[in-house]
Design a protein around this ligand. Structure first.
Ligand code: ATP
Length: 366
């Protein structure tokens, strides 16, 4: 069990900042996901926690102990990689017991530990096989068993499901989550897949360009993104973001459409946007089609998902350009391409951003 604290931790490769100074506390027993696009600094952050990479600034503590300059083997953390990193010439059993033998644990204790982990991961039948004969999922179970058997204070996982196909990924995602629920071991998990992050994380750290953009629960980053980057990155599709000008209590979009700002937002928007340039954000499910809807657009495309449909709606602009927004509908109505639709936004689910700073506008007394 472990609490991990990062204080102003940073990494530069030469002059290039891979991770800009970051503060982060990972709670004991927490499943924390580092999420962001390729190259944003997730892996480097994880490697600094593990000790596989040195820091160029800041301190890392594990249970209050400064481990910043300790060797990985002295940190009591276990690393699970995307590529299974099992020794190919050893059997699954030999792979799993290897870290315990390296610690010179008594054979009877090794047997007990291995039996427990092997049962948990349901790989009893694979123990005498070599990794090369196993499926991707079984190899990853064996790699997880090798990490678990050590009972480390924390698990660090770098895209452990990245090499698996979609179906297996989903099944393994549930297994890892279940293991975490059973074991309650502090886990830091790197992924660039926001669906995986939302499904697995107690909290998510959203990174971009070496900077932490937001730390929050899945619901927080989804419903209250801290800025336009998080709003776009989280969700599939991301949040609808429509630019406009705030005047006379309304936001005027480029196509001369006016959106009446909910009363509780007016003071905050007025105060926040010096230039009056504001971006209105709403999730596809925050828009609901209605014949008397205040906003109007034209159906541009329809994605049918079975239990719901996603309409791509074209909001007309003043100079011939247009903006596409996504509107989710559970109705079975057929919406032909080109049809005019009207919709309203659920005032509880609308968010506003300062277009120039890209930061979310915070509602007063919210
Ligand atoms: P990915 O999902 O592609 O692994 P990431 O978010 O994990 O991306 P990092 O691997 O942490 O990103 O890399 C962050 C940045 O640091 C990238 O621009 C990468 O090219 C750079 N970088 C990483 N390791 C090194 C290194 N050893 N030397 C120089 N630059 C590096």
């Amino acid at each position: 069990m472990a609490t991990i604290e990062l204080h102003q931790v940073e990494k530069k490769f030469g002059d290039f900042p891979a991770v800009k100074p970051m503060d982060l506390t990972i709670q004991d027993g927490e499943f924390l996901v580092l999420l962001g696009p390729s190259g944003c600094g997730k892996t480097t952050t994880l490697r600094m926690i593990s000790g596989l990479e040195t820091v160029t600034g800041g301190t890392i503590s594990l249970n209050g102990r400064n481990v910043t300059w300790l060797h990985p083997s002295e940190r009591d953390v276990a690393f699970v990689f995307q590529f299974f990193a099992l020794y190919p010439h050893m059997t699954v059993r030999q792979n799993i017991v290897f870290p315990l033998q390296a610690e010179r644990m008594a054979p009877a204790d090794i047997d007990k530990r291995v039996a427990e982990v092997v049962k948990m991961l349901r790989i009893e039948h694979l123990m005498s096989q070599r990794p090369g004969t196993l499926s991707g999922g079984d190899q990853q179970r064996a790699a997880l068993a090798r990490a678990l058997v050590r009972r480390p204070a924390a698990f660090l996982m770098d895209e452990p499901l990245g090499a698996l196909d979609a179906e297996l990924r989903e099944a393994m995602r549930a297994e890892i989550k279940q293991l975490h629920i059973d074991q309650h071991a502090t886990t830091v998990y790197v992924t660039h897949d926001q669906i995986e992050a939302m499904a697995m994380g107690d909290r998510i750290v959203v990174m971009s360009n070496a900077v932490v953009q937001q730390v929050g629960t899945p619901a927080e980053v989804y419903y209250n993104p801290a800025n336009l980057f998080v709003a776009r990155f989280i969700g599939s599709p991301g949040m609808n973001l429509v630019q406009g000008q705030f005047a006379d209590q309304t936001v005027r979009f480029s196509g001369e459409q006016n959106y009446e700002v909910p009363a509780e937002w007016k003071p905050a928007i007025k105060k926040a946007t010096g230039s009056n340039s504001v971006t209105v954000g709403f999730r596809p499910e925050a828009a609901h089609l209605s014949e008397s809807g205040a906003l109007v657009g034209e159906v541009y495309a329809v994605d049918i998902h079975g239990s719901y449909s996603m309409l791509h709606v074209k909001l007309a602009g003043s100079n011939g350009d247009f903006e596409i927004v996504h509107v989710r509908t559970d109705r079975r109505t057929n919406y032909p391409i080109g049809a005019q639709v009207r919709f309203d936004l659920n005032p509880e689910m609308v968010r506003f951003f300062d277009t120039s700073s890209e930061a979310a506008i915070q509602r007063e007394n919210a």
